[in-house]
Design a protein around this ligand. Structure first.
Ligand code: C5P
Length: 223
């Protein structure tokens, strides 16, 4: 049995950056659970799936294989054996993903794979429902948060760096829409449970966030 560290929180709080840094420091596996959901989102776009057609969706879930496979030391999303990492990090996929992530059958499908990835080893997993639903028994549960304006700012910058030219207002709107979908869905919504420890990253540098998280790792006796 290994230990589990979970990081949940809304978009743009720096979950991915923190998870990567902690996994390097602790030398444990880092699972970006959003990439599994995004791979399904991409599949939904490619197959033209309708979130309201549950029968078709169940058929699609029975016939698709989504997994994380190691490539150059990193766990990358594969859709029917195709490495799809480079196709999932855009706003079209993010938006579609959120729509399908609210569906019980999709969450069950992904949760099975998330738990399989953690079997018998130490793991850090980030997402929206990891500490609340996938691993309620995790040893350390972190909830990352930040003001929505700051999160939109970060996302706006990231998109510009990638060459996606959009306004700050559009970035803010995209973040707010996705937050709303993730927080209000009926099945395992994004919530902060009582046993999660919150870190507000609004005014913190990446190093400061990592330092705070490492203090929590020590406090829980994991190192
Ligand atoms: O974290 P990331 O932005 O890659 O996640 C993309 C989307 O996948 C989220 O907005 C959310 O709808 C969904 N997701 C989820 N549960 C998780 C991880 C991601 O519902 N554990």
């Amino acid at each position: 049995m290994g230990y589990k560290i979970t990081i949940d929180g809304p978009a743009g709080t720096g979950k991915g950056t923190l998870a990567k840094s902690l996994s390097e420091k602790l030398k444990i596996v880092n699972v970006d659970s959003g990439s599994l959901y995004r791979a399904f989102g991409l599949y939904a776009i490619r197959m033209n799936l309708d979130p309201n057609n549950i029968e078709k969706l169940e058929e699609a879930l029975a016939n698709v294989e989504i997994e994380l496979k190691e490539v150059d030391g990193k766990l990358l999303p594969h859709l029917n054996n195709e490495n799809v990492e480079e196709y999932i990090r855009n706003e079209e996929v993010a938006k579609t993903t959120s729509k399908f992530a609210s569906i019980k059958q999709v969450r069950e499908y992904i949760a099975v794979r998330q738990r399989r990835l953690a079997e018998g080893r130490n793991v850090i997993m980030e997402g929206r429902d990891i500490g609340s639903s996938v691993f309620p028994d995790a040893e350390l549960k972190i909830f990352l948060n930040a003001d929505v304006q700051e999160r939109a700012n970060r996302r706006h910058k990231q998109l510009l760096e990638k060459g996606e030219i959009i306004s700050y207002e559009k970035a803010l709107n995209m973040i707010e829409t996705r937050d709303r979908a993730d927080m209000t869905r009926e099945v395992s919504p994004l919530i902060k449970t009582e046993d999660m420890i919150e870190i507000d990253t609004t005014n913190l540098s990446i190093d400061e966030v990592v330092e705070k998280a490492m203090e929590l790792v020590k406090m829980k006796g994991l190192i």
